[in-house]
Write a protein that binds this ligand. Structure first.
Ligand code: ITT
Length: 191
């Protein structure tokens, strides 16, 4: 049994699409976990590990992975980074988070940014960490309705549209999460 420790339905959907029909990934809902897992670390690595270990230890799953993702904006010194989900307050409100980001970036010339995903895989006592990064820029206003989170304001390098204007397959092929997942599969020698 492989469990993906996330409360974010969009992440779950992306990971299932990336893995295809071959691998069956259980969600927290599938295993009856409704815990609000405290993300108390100040790094993506730390929070990914906390989420994966929590589920492995409390629910006795033999393989658990968790993703922690941050949007790191150069002109903001790497913010919102590990605090991306709570940038505009504790409500995990993507519209408010994007609005704050666009306010902070108002008139800023250097709009370079990157998404970074860290995936922690816990198998018994063994911890594996992998990372995936995509560079890009912050748009001056939101565009597109697909995807989630900060996707409407992130234009990946080499493209002229935001992640929210791409199909799920297009995003997954170049995204932070797609790349981290490819690394994880290499480590597991699945693909
Ligand atoms: P879990 O911790 O339950 O996995 P979460 O939504 O809290 O779900 P994170 O702590 O990794 O996930 O939050 C990172 C923030 O960055 C959150 O606001 C997301 O909406 C956003 N985010 C994560 N992945 C993203 C992506 O692929 N595209 C756009 N925004 C993303």
């Amino acid at each position: 049994m492989i469990v993906f420790a996330t409360n974010n339905a969009h992440k779950l959907q992306e990971i299932r699409q990336i893995l295809g029909d071959g691998a069956k990934v259980m969600s927290l809902e599938d295993i009856g976990c409704r815990d609000d897992i405290p993300e108390t670390a100040d790094t993506l690595e730390g929070n990914a590990e906390i989420k994966a270990r929590w589920v492995a230890e409390k629910y006795g799953a033999d393989m658990v992975f968790a993703d922690d993702t941050g949007l790191e904006v150069a002109a903001l010194g790497g913010a919102p980074g590990v605090y991306s989900a709570r940038y505009a307050g504790p409500g995990h409100d993507s519209a408010a988070n994007m609005a704050r980001l666009l306010r902070e970036m108002d008139g800023v010339a250097d709009r370079s940014a990157r998404f970074r995903t860290v995936i922690a895989l816990v198998r018994g006592a063994e911890l594996t960490l992998v990372e995936g990064v995509v560079n890009g820029t912050i748009a001056t206003e939101p565009h597109g309705t697909d995807g989630f989170g900060y996707d409407p304001v992130f234009v990946p390098e080499g493209h002229s549209v935001t992640f929210a204007q791409m199909s799920a397959d297009e995003k997954n092929a170049i995204s932070h999460r797609g790349r981290a997942m490819a690394r994880l599969l290499e480590v597991l020698s699945i693909k």
